[in-house]
Structure formats: C-alpha cells, structure tokens
Design a protein around this ligand. Structure first.
Ligand SMILES: [Zn+2]
Length: 485
C-alpha cells in the first residue's frame, strides 16, 4: 500500500511500526453543531482506509476523538441557554445517528477530551519541565513555539511568515504571538478543572496529543484529518508530542481535500455548508457516500445537488446490474452455450485493478471505474440472449455478484440487496420529486387495460402523461413496470 504523506510531501510505501498492525488516529468533531458534508467526507475517506487495511489483513486499531469542551461549545451553550455538557451530548448523539446512516464503522476507541484532563495535564507538565511551555501570571499555559526547532515542518510554513500574520488577543499574556495555548484559566461562569496552574480547561490541540499516545502508543502509524486541520491543529499536535517525547509523532500524515460549493470551501464560517440531515431528506445516505468516493480523497470535491443526482444514477446502475444477475440465476437457464474464458478472466483482471487502485494512495475514483468495467461485463451476460439462456452463465454470474459484494464491502457501498436498495431509491425519488405513488399506479393500470383492449392511442397518451410527471413505463413480458426518471 502507498500513501501520500503530508509530512514528506511524497507518496510512500506504507510500513507500520509493528508487523500486521496499524495504529491510526483521526481527529473527530467538536460537538457544537450538526455535521455537514465536509465532516462526512473525512469520515468516509478514513472509514474506507480502515476497511481496506483490514481487507489487506492488517489489524487496525483506530481511535477517533470527540472534542467535548471548547470555546465553540461554551458559546453555543450560552446561545441555547443550556449547560455546555448538554450541548456536547446532543451533538455527539446527532453525530452517531448521521454517521451510522453513512455506514461508518465504529472506531476501536472514541476518547473524549473531558475524560482525559489528567493525561493532558501530565503532558503539559512535561513540556513545562523541558522548557517548551510556560505559565503566565493569569494561570494560562502556552507552548513556546520558537523553542521547538522544526515548527512548520508538517504544514510547510515558515516561522517568520507566521510571525507576520500572528496576533495577540486581548487578555493573552504571551511571550511571542506565535505561542499557542495548552491550558486556559477559566473565566467566571465557564467550566473548569483543577490544575497545578489554577482552575481552567485544556486548549484544543493538547487533547489529540495526549489521547492518541494513550490509546495507540508512539509513533502513530497514520494520523488523518481534513486538509483544514493541517495548520495550526496538526502542526501543534506534532510540536507538542515531538517536544515532550523526543520521538516523531506520526509516520504517515494523511489529509483529505475540501468539499467545495461553486469553487469555495464548504465551511461553517462561510455559511455555505449543507448538513447531512438536509441531504438525507432528499437522497439516500448511500448515494452521498458513493458521491464522496467518486473523486480521489485529496482532490477538492464539488458539491451540488446535480452532482448528487449523477452519483445516484451511477450507483443505481450497479444495483440494477446486481438485480439482473439475481434474476438470470433464478431463471435456471438450461441451454448449453459456452461462456468464453476471456470474459471470466477479464472480470478477475478488473477486480485486481480495483485493489491496485486502492493500494495506490486509496484511489477510490479509479476503483469505481473498474467496478463499472465489471458491471458492463455483467450486463452483457444478463442481456445477450445466447448468454443469459446458458446454464453455464450461472456460475460466472454468481462469481461476479460475489465479487461486486466483496468490493462493495471495502468501499461500504453497493453491497446491500438490490431489490431493497432499488425500492428505497424509488421511494426517495418519489418524495423528492413530489410525485404521488397512488396516482402513478392508477395511471399505469389504466394504461395496461388500454393496451389489453388494443386502445394504443389511449395507452400512448397515458404514457406521455406519466412522462410529464417524471415517470417512465417499460413493457416487459411480465407486464408494465415503471420507474421515476
Ligand atoms: Zn486533533
């Protein structure tokens, strides 16, 4: 497996610190609001990475944190007039609901900041003792950025340029504007914990250093997160751990790209974000997951409802192929036509290419491309008369179906039962396009009767009417079937 490492800015062969095991950490959410597609992209990307590493035979020990105390949570609590820990609880629950729908596996560990205050304080004390941190007269503790020689190495930033942009906020008693908070003394009315430096609460960055080390040991094999966390969050995490432990923090830093809306980054601060719940109202969560995998994880991904519809069409094609495979197998074909050897070989080749694509820096876009090569072969076998009537096709199609499900499990998409998915999709589309199912079924029935009575003019009229409503009718030997366009 090869991964692009943000620290070295190179694609590197992945070699974990212990043979057969992967210790992986991904920064989780700050629990103060609902998740948007940016969160979903990071969740899906690293979920696929975990699934694929497990598929390759690794034992993956995966930790993802919850930031359950932070300025944003306190601010939100004040806005809502509820306790800060209620805010965190509420949005962690919402996170679980939204992510379960997206088929995200649960990590091995889900540490919460407020449950690891002791570990953070110990780490801060080490930094103070080694001269990398200092306590101010107000009881704040800051990291002394200039004392850490390789600051900026991860994000590729120059310390002098950073200095030019740095600003000291009112009430901050820093030695240098570059320094960042490890511990903040609490203001009246704010939550606090006792510490050697007085009552206060941790800064944001220290929790990931403390909790990742506790659960995974050092160095972490993989540390993941969105591109936006590279600086300052990950740069600071690295500074804290390397300074305290004299060991490189992470072997492979992996960052996923932004989700964009019309070329602009989707974010809370820009106000152009779309929550997962808003999308789930219109689209099946699996469609969103599929959409998020249509681009390589590092490239920016343009979100629009049109793009989601494209993804929906593509995913539907895979499920329709699976459905057709099942139907041909169930029809018990009896003819003796042979199935050419090269067709079987081709399927295996595309399966191999699919895996190679994921081994090459988790290229899900290419992997999906090879999936469609397999779908195309399946469609040929289920549509061409000579093949679909052949008793020899059954074992080939069974292999293809098993293969598709196996690949689908790695990506966490298109591995469900096709009838169930297609029925759910139809319902979702009826709902989204505001089409009345009973009305459609009545018209389809009327049309069937007209056809039976050889009133083809009326049948065609009804077909046109249905088409205007967004419904297409297809006549099959087993009667008319309809689908939402
Ligand atoms: Zn973090």
């Amino acid at each position: 497996m090869y991964l692009y490492n943000s620290l070295t800015r190179k694609k590197e062969k992945f070699v974990p610190r212990e043979q057969g095991k992967v210790y992986m950490y991904v920064c989780g959410i700050t629990a103060y609001d609902l998740c948007h597609i940016g969160h979903a992209r990071a969740a899906v990307v690293f979920d696929v990475l975990v699934r694929f590493l497990r598929y390759l035979g690794y034992e993956v020990i995966f930790a993802r944190n919850f930031t359950d105390i932070d300025d944003k949570i306190i601010k939100r609590a004040n806005e809502l007039g509820i306790p800060w820990n209620e805010v965190a609880k509420r949005y962690i629950e919402a996170f679980y609901e939204d992510m379960a729908k997206l088929n995200i596996l649960k990590p091995t560990f889900e540490p919460r900041a407020t449950e690891h205050i002791k570990e953070m304080q110990e780490l801060i004390q080490v930094l103070i003792d080694k001269g990398y941190a200092y306590v101010t007269s107000d009881g704040d503790v800051y990291f002394r950025v200039r004392a850490f020689k390789s600051y900026g190495k991860l994000s590729g930033r120059d310390i002098e340029e950073l200095k030019a942009g740095a600003r000291v906020e009112v009430g901050e008693n820093k030695e240098d504007p570059l320094d960042f908070a490890l511990w903040k003394s609490s203001k009246p009315g704010e939550p606090w914990w006792d510490s050697p430096w007085g009552r206060g609460r941790p800064g944001w960055h220290i929790e990931c250093s403390a909790m990742s080390e506790k659960y995974l040991g050092l160095p972490l094999d993989i540390h993941g997160g969105g591109q936006d966390l590279l600086f300052p969050h990950h740069e600071n995490e690295r500074a804290q751990t390397v300074a305290a432990r004299d060991i490189e923090f992470v072997s492979y830093w992996v960052h996923n790209g932004f989700v964009q809306v019309k070329g602009e980054k989707m974010s809370k601060s820009l106000g152009n974000f779309v929550t997962l719940r808003a999308i789930y109202e219109k689209f099946l969560p699996e469609v969103l997951r599929f959409f998020l995998l249509t681009k390589h994880y590092k490239t920016p991904l343009d979100f629009s409802y049109e793009n989601l519809e494209e993804a929906e069409k593509a995913l539907k094609k895979i499920y329709e192929a699976k459905k057709a495979i099942k139907e041909v197998i169930q029809s018990n074909p009896t003819k003796n036509t042979p199935i050419p050897e090269e067709i079987v070989n081709e399927v295996n080749e595309f399966k191999e290419k699919f895996k190679k694509a994921l081994e090459d820096d988790l290229n899900t876009a290419a992997a999906l491309g090879f999936t469609f090569n397999i779908v195309k072969i399946a469609n040929r076998l289920t549509q061409e008369k000579s093949f679909k009537k052949s008793k020899n096709v059954t074992s080939v199609l069974t292999k293809i179906l098993d293969g598709l499900n196996e690949l689908g499990e790695i990506l966490g998409v298109f591995s469900s039962d096709p009838d169930k998915f297609l029925a759910e999709l139809k319902n979702k589309k009826l709902e989204r396009k505001n089409i009345n199912r009973e009305e459609i079924e009545k018209l389809v029935l009327e049309r069937s009767l007209a056809r039976k009575n050889k009133d083809f003019k009326k049948a065609d009229e009804i077909r046109d009417r249905l088409f205007k409503l967004g419904v297409v009718v297809k006549d099959t030997p087993h009667g008319s079937i309809w689908d939402v366009e």
